[in-house]
Write a new protein. Structure first.
Length: 257
């Protein structure tokens, strides 16, 4: 009997039985992977870019928690009011079009049709109709964080008065920003939902205004009424009808009366 004392005992496995322990580990890995996907930084359908290749199309620049660079009709920029809603993305004046000009630099175009640049005083301005050397920006990624380098070799931030400036030669916590994108990521879709219908009701309304507005004066006209009616209409299956009614009040839709 002593000869059997050193033998390692194992669980008896009968023929035809499946080993569940390996499957359990596999499921645990899938669960952990799913948890990591859920922890992605997404606000109202706007996700945080992690590399230069993801910066394309419509973007927003977040300087604080849910506070974005906001374009003014004077050609200047300010720090917008923080968005308090969990499902609330950036407003139309806080949305820009990103254009790649090289393998490391981009240009940013505001809703007023002007390119963002930096003047000799370090102020961020948007008054140029073309992309020059001052209208080029370099996103710098390091350790999961990002800063935006202007043409004057300074990083973008905001002043005490809320003006958007590029004055610091080094990137500290105040110069850390997030570029958020609403572009469709390369994932397999399991539905046939239209691109304009993705996101919250506010972003959907902006998408449809951009699609159908006639743009006589190059200005985006979005109905400022409470969007609660849209949420109810979406639940009731009358979402597109409600969107059309709101656009017709603005008289900016080429398909409205």
């Amino acid at each position: 009997m002593a000869a059997y004392s050193n033998v390692k005992s194992t669980k008896l496995v009968l023929k035809g039985m499946k080993d569940k322990s390996k499957k359990k580990k596999h499921k645990d890995k899938k669960r952990k992977r799913g948890d990591n996907e859920e922890k992605q930084d997404v606000v109202g359908g706007w996700w945080c870019v992690r590399n230069f290749g993801e910066i394309t199309g419509t973007v927003a620049i977040e300087l604080q928690n849910n506070a974005y660079v906001h374009a003014l009709d004077t050609g200047l920029f300010t720090l917008g009011a923080p968005h308090t809603g969990e499902d609330e993305g950036p407003d139309p004046p806080e949305q820009f079009t990103a254009i790649k000009v090289s393998d490391s630099r981009i240009a940013l175009k505001s809703g007023y049709g002007k390119y963002l640049g930096v003047n000799s005083d370090g102020m961020v301005v948007g008054r140029s109709d073309a992309i020059g050397s001052r209208e080029q920006w370099e996103p710098v990624f390091q350790d999961g964080k990002m800063a935006l380098l202007a043409a004057n070799s300074c990083f973008i931030s905001y002043s005490e008065s809320g003006d958007i400036v590029a004055l610091s030669k080094s990137a500290g916590e105040e110069e850390m920003v997030k570029i958020r994108s609403c572009a469709e990521r390369e994932v397999k879709r399991k539905d046939d939902i239209a691109d304009e219908d993705r996101g919250n009701v506010k972003s959907c309304e902006v998408n449809y205004v951009k699609k159908f507005q006639s743009f006589q004066d190059q200005k985006l006209r979005v109905n400022e009424e409470d969007s609660c009616t849209l949420k109810k209409a979406r639940t009731d299956g009358k979402f597109h009808e409600a969107l059309l009614d709101r656009r017709s009040k603005m008289k900016a839709d080429r398909y409205c009366k």
